[in-house]
Structure formats: C-alpha cells, structure tokens
Design a protein around this ligand. Structure first.
Ligand SMILES: Nc1ncnc2c1ncn2[C@@H]1O[C@H](COP(=O)(O)OP(=O)(O)O)[C@@H](O)[C@H]1O
Ligand SMILES: [Mg+2]
Length: 496
C-alpha cells in the first residue's frame, strides 16, 4: 500500500501511509487509538475507498472496489466486531458464501471434509455443529478466521484480535498464526499491545495520527523504541497549576470489580482515591475498562464486587440521579448519547439532570426565566458560538456542545468532577479551553477524575496518572513522567 490518504469530515485519518508486507510474514501494525490502523485495513479489504494512493499485489497495481474484490484477491479480514449469523451452526457460517457446489447443490459431505481438514491444519479446534450464538467470544473469532481461510485467504488481516480473548485463548491464536504462516499464509496483525507485537510478528509498522512513524524488524525492536514511537508527543501545553496540595479524600474505590458484555471481567480489582485539589488521570487504550469504571461510579452499571465511596458514603447501589446529588459532576464519554438531548434547545439542555436545583424553581415549580438566564450565562462565559439559547443542541459544533455540558456540570460547583474523554473530537481552541477549566477546578480545590485515551491530555493535566490495562492498574506515574514510561505501561509492560 503506497501513499494512502483518507479523510473523513474534519479528520485526516490517513496521511500518505506506506505499508509493505512480504509473503509469509506476520506484520504487526502498532498504534494507539485513532492512529488509523482500522481505516488502513478497511481500505485494503475494500470497505472504504481511499482518496489517494495505490495498492499493489505481487508487483501489480490492483483496484479493490469492494470486499468481494478483496476476497477474490486472497484477502481475508477478521474485524473487531464479529459478523456471524447467530442461528446458523459453525459449519454453516464457515461455508456461507463459498459453498462447494455439485451442479448447484451444496455438497455437504465434501464441504465438511474440507472444513475438518482446515481445522486440523491450523489447529483452531471447534465443534462444527454448535450454533454460532452459543459460542463464547473467543470461539466466534475462530469461526471468523476459518471462514476467511475457507474462502481462500492468503493474507489474513486480524484487527485487534486479542481484545476479545483471554490470555490462554490469545496463546492458542498465536500458535495457529505460526502454523498458518508456516503453510505460506501472510498475517497482518493489528494491536496496541507491545508484548504481542514482540511475541508474534517478524516486522512492525508503527502508526501515529494517520502517519507511519517507524517500520522495523521485530528483532531490532524493544519496548522502549516501540513505546516512544507509538505515543510520541505533540506540543506540550502550558497551564497555570497552583501548588499540588491534595486535601480530603473525595472518592475512594476499593477492589472494584465489574463484568462486561464480552469478557467476564472488565474490572479486576481496582483501588484508588481522588482528593480535593488534584487531577487524577486514568490513562489507557480504550477498551481496557475505562467505560465500566466510570459507569460504576456514576451508577450506570452495578459493580460485581468492591466498594465505591464518596467521602464516607457508600454509593455502590445508588442511581445516577442520587450520585449527581452528592456533588458530583459528570462529563460523559458520549456527549450525543448521554450528555445532551440533541433535539432540545440549549436552554433545555442546561437543566438536564438538575431540574430539582432550588435556584431554578420556586416552591417546586420551574421558573423559565431563571433557566434562560442560566443558559445565557453559560453561553456567554464559555464563549459558545450560537445565535441564541433556543438553538437545538444538534445544530452546534462538537466543541460548542461540549462547552454546554462542561458549563452545566461545573455550574453546580461539584466537589468531584468525572471527566470522561472531555475533549475527544474537539478543535484545538475548544480543547485548550475545556482543559483549562479542569485545571481551574483543581486549583479551586475540587477533585477531578480525568479518564482519557488522549495521552497528551493525560500527561499535560494529571497530578497523578493511573494506567489501566486489561481491567487492572498496571502502574502509577507522577506529573513529569516521560512518554516512554507511559507508553510502556499503556502497552502492558509493568515497571521492572
Ligand atoms: N467511518 C468513519 N467516519 C468518520 N471518522 C472516522 C471513521 N472511521 C475512522 N474515523 C476517524 O479516523 C481516525 C482513525 O481511526 P481508526 O482507523 O479507527 O484508528 P485505529 O484503528 O488506529 O484506532 C480517527 O480519528 C477516527 O475517529
Ligand atoms: Mg481500530
């Protein structure tokens, strides 16, 4: 793949990327969230069209217009989300779309023989007659791999394959990958995990913000080289931090456990505290338990074990509305889903979750004028660009939507602010503004829990950094830690 460029509205996802893979290789493509890995692979597999660039196979330029073309050229892809038909068996799913036919009739016996042979060859053991919906996640992935191979894939793309696997299942996957490449297949292995690229690949291409920043042989790599290349660093932003003097403990989490949809354990015994006057950053590549952590604290999900306390009060069993009343502000990860009602006006949105605030109502009845004044105040003090407070949230830019949420949440002067990806997708100016508000809150003696996959943001703002990896804190860093230190932890390498 040469000079590949791809833009989405407002984002350059790929900015002239080259990826060269040789036959029989396991090529690792390493990068943090949003680096462009999936976009690059979706182009190769014919799911996205590129804006610029060329793809060559065995020296010849090819045109991949859709995934049928890609499959025809011997490409196979296993996505982060699976595509099996739930009420078909494993066998039926594998042969779907590539049934060997005998005068137009499916030759079931022949198909079964082929699939059994394939299973033996690659060592991905699985019962062929189980219904797909009854399979544990790790086995669903095996079916996807077998399906791709059965269709004749010579180049297999695995996008973050171990994200849904237990360590044991990952080990088995690695064994099959070795068998496949020994038999002449080529594997492109996408990951953000340093140990995995070191263990299974023979070459590594590292991407960051839509560009390839390094490409090297695995034998020449080590954790430091990889961690530095993966995380990198943009300009360091300067904020006015007052002296670091954390006060009383506001949030105390002990041995927190939670289950998730696809893994049995999403949180595996987290313990930490946030004090008044500090920003505690939770860093981690997305999907390592961040969402579950925030949801447990905010009463959106029930922990399976451990305790969460606000000051001394146990809040494990409280509903979100009750948690918010305990002087907690919440800037949610998905602002369009949980932060705003897009079809409501700015004025209506600024009172969401706080309709019981006494300053909006008189003897239990809402006073519209007070709400409208409050909305105007937020618009003014946060420089929200809009023609008025009756504009629907839907019609604001992402940055302005976020200002409304942060303004609303900070207006109640909460003791503790939970900020989850507070600047994701925002332009530079809005990002800096929102970040400066977090710093101001900290300087004013509030506690801030900053959960972010933006590592610049974590390094710039946090007094302490907790690194979440596979549902556990793998290490803690202090302000001033290097990118290398953070990168190693993010990639799953604990300090020695
Ligand atoms: N379908 C899409 N629409 C808009 N933006 C997208 C789309 N897919 C990816 N992006 C953006 O492109 C960038 C690269 O994303 P992606 O390729 O998914 O990264 P990675 O797989 O390395 O985490 C991100 O900024 C992401 O938000
Ligand atoms: Mg991806």
């Amino acid at each position: 793949m040469l000079g590949i460029r791809k833009t989405f509205p407002g984002v350059v996802a790929l900015d002239g990327v080259d990826l060269v893979v040789g036959q029989g290789e396991v090529m690792g493509v390493l990068g943090e969230n949003g680096a462009g890995k999936s976009t690059l692979m979706n182009i190769l597999y014919g799911l996205y069209t590129m804006d610029e660039g060329t793809i060559e196979m065995q020296g010849k330029k090819v045109h991949i217009r859709n995934s049928a073309d890609a499959i025809g050229m011997g490409l196979g892809m296993v996505h982060q989300a699976f595509t099996l038909v739930p009420n078909l068996t494993v066998m039926e799913n594998i042969i779907l779309g590539s049934e060997p036919s005998n005068m137009g009739v499916i030759d079931v016996k022949d198909a079964r023989r082929q699939v059994t042979e394939l299973v033996k060859q690659v060592g991905l053991d699985i019962g062929l007659d189980t219904l797909a919906e009854d399979l544990p996640t790790g086995f669903k992935q095996r079916v996807e791999i077998l399906k791709a191979l059965h269709r004749g894939a010579k180049i297999l793309i695995l996008d973050e394959p171990t994200a849904v696997l237990t360590p044991l299942e990952a080990e088995e996957l690695f064994k099959s990958i070795r068998r496949m490449t020994k038999a002449g297949s080529t594997v492109i292995f996408i990951t953000h995990k340093l140990k995995e690229v070191m263990a299974i690949t023979n070459r590594i291409t590292i991407m960051r913000r839509g560009k390839v920043v390094a490409s090297l042989e695995t034998k020449d790599a080590n954790f430091d080289i990889l961690a530095n290349a993966m995380v990198g660093r943009q300009v360091q932003r300067k904020f006015n931090f007052g002296p670091y003097k954390p006060g009383e403990t506001l949030l105390k989490v002990e041995d927190l456990k939670a289950a998730s949809k696809h893994k049995t354990e999403a949180l595996n015994g987290l313990s930490f505290a946030v004090g008044a006057g500090e920003i505690v950053g939770v860093a981690g590549v997305e999907g390592n338990g961040q969402t579950e952590l925030v949801e447990c604290i905010m009463g959106l999900m029930k922990p399976t074990g451990g305790t969460i306390r606000l000051k001394e009060k146990l809040i494990n069993k409280l509903h979100t509305s009750e948690v918010l009343k305990l002087s907690v502000g919440h800037v949610p990860e998905d602002r369009a889903l949980n932060g705003l009602i897009l079809d409501f006006s700015i004025a209506e949105n600024v009172v969401l979750g706080s309709t019981e605030r006494t300053d909006f109502s008189k003897r239990g009845v809402m006073v519209p004028k007070r709400i409208r004044d409050f909305a105007r105040k937020i618009v003014q003090s946060f420089s929200v660009s809009t023609s008025g407070i009756d504009v629907k949230a839907r019609n604001l830019s992402g940055g302005n939507q976020q200002k409304i949420i942060v303004g609303r949440e900070l207006a109640g002067q909460p003791h503790l602010l939970i900020a989850h990806q507070p600047t994701r997708g925002l332009d530079v100016a809005s990002t800096e503004y929102i970040q400066s508000l977090l710093v101001d809150s900290r300087n004013a003696g509030r506690g801030v829990l900053l959960v972010s996959a933006d590592f610049d943001e974590i390094l710039d703002l946090s007094d302490r950094i907790l690194v979440l990896y596979e549902g556990k804190f793998i290490g803690e860093l202090q302000r001033g830690a290097s990118i290398g230190e953070l990168g190693r932890l993010l990639g799953g390498i604990a300090a020695s």
